[in-house]
Design a protein around this ligand. Structure first.
Ligand code: AMP
Ligand code: ZN
Length: 466
């Protein structure tokens, strides 16, 4: 009998590694992950977080649990500043593209679905739009109002964080310090940390997305959608809530505050966060203008799963600096793993190696240690097990990695690594306004039978047709 290895997960609420046990033994594990704000494409940083959540889901399944995974789609109410000021990102995105807010929500939700499919991220069981749950949010806010947790200002209804002694515990917020500093302009808010539950449409103007409510015509704040939809689909207290590390101090602190005020729980038993993907050692952010999306990697000749592989090489609780060299190395690792796996003969009568599976469980159950799990896959591939056993073992590992090794077939028209490198050197030369060098590199790519095409996302590398 294999020794049972407990699944340890890092919970940011208690700031500790805790053995995971489902709240409802035998029932599905409730998992809520904050989803995309669909005013634009998601960047590869966002996908690092979604990939971490996918690995978590697969590791829960590896441990024999059924998972009920709920993800929201933020299609209203997320303002350009997390401090409840600025514009609604959706209305701003609509102006940028000349489409309606509803059209861009549909467009970027579909783009998100396409990207997660390309990354082999398992689709959530429930993908729920904030705009489909306005009555739930209004009912939630009305309860908070009845409980005395709210106050009105000229632009909406706010949550009074001073009503909770432990507000911001998740982030270990120093509220006294925040209040004393008061460097932030709080406007009509009573406390710096108070946040909007319902925002009124500006007087005299009509928003594309607005609804009637007991407080007037307007739209819900961003945080309330997650508290309301999580409660609707997963109940008052469920197993695991995830998001990126940026959500700890504001969004998740506020979800907890609302839910604690309404039903007295901290919403989820475990609070887990994926750490940032950085670009040039700084936060990768959509609002910063240029950002890399999955489509841009594909245009440049990368398989999206090379990005998945890259994310597996770093622990989710460490920040990861994105570089093209790192992506090249990941693409190489993936290519070698695919061809190594493909060369192994299949034999339906053999099963995975028990010892290797136990060691693998030890790694992934150690707070999702994918770098060590990946190292074990390499050790297995290069080791001296009978080849069909290697194949059966690595195929099992891939249930967690999600690289799709068993279904991979060699692609004839893959852009070779040296062509990708030439195209990138040309882009760098252009950035440095070194036009002669850029032309030389373009010609080199051309001579090798490929061509570079400039695109809105940067450039694309394609097989030359003439
Ligand atoms: P958003 O669409 O901005 O609501 O973000 C979607 C998810 O991506 C959230 O869980 C964020 O916390 C996460 N996220 C945002 N930026 C990054 C980044 N640079 N690296 C990793 N995750 C991120
Ligand atoms: Zn959320």
């Amino acid at each position: 009998m294999p020794v049972h290895v407990p699944l340890l997960l890092y919970d940011n609420y208690t700031r500790s590694l805790r053995p995971f046990a489902p709240l409802a033994p035998g029932g599905p594990v409730g998992l809520y992950t904050c989803g995309p704000t669909v005013y634009d494409y998601q960047h590869i940083g966002n996908y690092r977080t979604f990939l971490f959540e996918d690995v978590l889901r697969r590791v829960l399944q590896w441990n024999g649990y059924r998972v009920l995974h709920v993800m929201n789609v933020t299609d209203v109410g997320h303002l350009t500043s997390d401090a409840d000021t600025g514009e609604d990102k959706m209305e701003k995105g609509a102006r940028r593209t000349g489409k309606s807010a509803w059209e861009i929500a549909a467009l970027y939700t579909q783009a998100f679905r396409d990207d997660i499919a390309a990354l082999r991220i398992l689709p959530p069981d429930v993908l729920s739009r904030a705009t489909d749950h306005i009555p739930d949010q209004i009912a939630f806010i009305a309860d908070l109002e009845r409980g005395g947790y709210t106050y009105r200002t000229s632009d909406g209804l706010y949550f009074d964080t001073s009503r909770q002694a432990d507000y911001g515990y998740l982030a270990r917020l120093d509220r006294a310090g925040l209040e004393a500093g008061k460097r932030v302009d709080v406007g009509e808010k009573r406390n710096a940390t108070d946040f909007a539950l319902w925002k009124l449409s500006p007087p005299g103007s009509t928003r594309q997305m607005e609804w009637d409510s007991p407080w007037g015509r307007g739209f819900p704040g961003w945080h309330i959608e997650c508290s309301a939809m999580a409660q609707r689909y997963l109940g008052d207290f469920f197993d695991i809530h995830c998001g990126g590390e940026d959500h700890i101090p504001v969004h998740h602190a506020n979800e907890i505050a609302q839910t604690e005020a309404r039903v007295g729980t901290r919403l989820a038993n475990f609070w887990m966060h994926g750490y940032f993907l950085l670009q040039n050692d700084a936060k990768m952010a959509k609002s910063a203008g240029e950002f890399l999306r999955i489509g841009a990697l594909v245009e440049r000749g990368y398989d999206p799963l090379a990005f998945r592989y890259l994310c597996l090489t770093a622990h989710y609780r460490t920040q990861l600096n994105f570089t093209w060299d790192a992506l090249d190395a990941a693409a190489m690792g993936l290519a070698r793993m695919r061809s190594g796996f493909r060369a192994l003969p299949a034999d339906a009568s053999v099963t995975a190696d028990g010892d290797a599976i136990a060691r693998f469980t030890g790694h992934v159950n150690d707070d999702l240690n994918t770098p060590r799990a990946l190292a074990l896959a390499w050790e297995t591939l290069r080791g001296d097990m009978p080849e069909p056993v290697k194949r059966a073992t690595i195929a099992r590992f891939d249930d967690v990695f999600g690289l799709g090794l068993a279904s991979w077939r060699p692609v004839e028209e893959e852009v070779p690594a040296d062509i990708r490198a030439l195209a990138r050197a040309r882009a760098d030369a252009r950035k440095a306004k070194n036009w002669a060098e850029a032309d030389r590199l373009r010609a080199a790519v051309h001579d090798a039978g490929w061509e570079i095409e400039d695109t809105p996302g940067g450039y694309a590398v394609k097989r030359r047709v003439s």
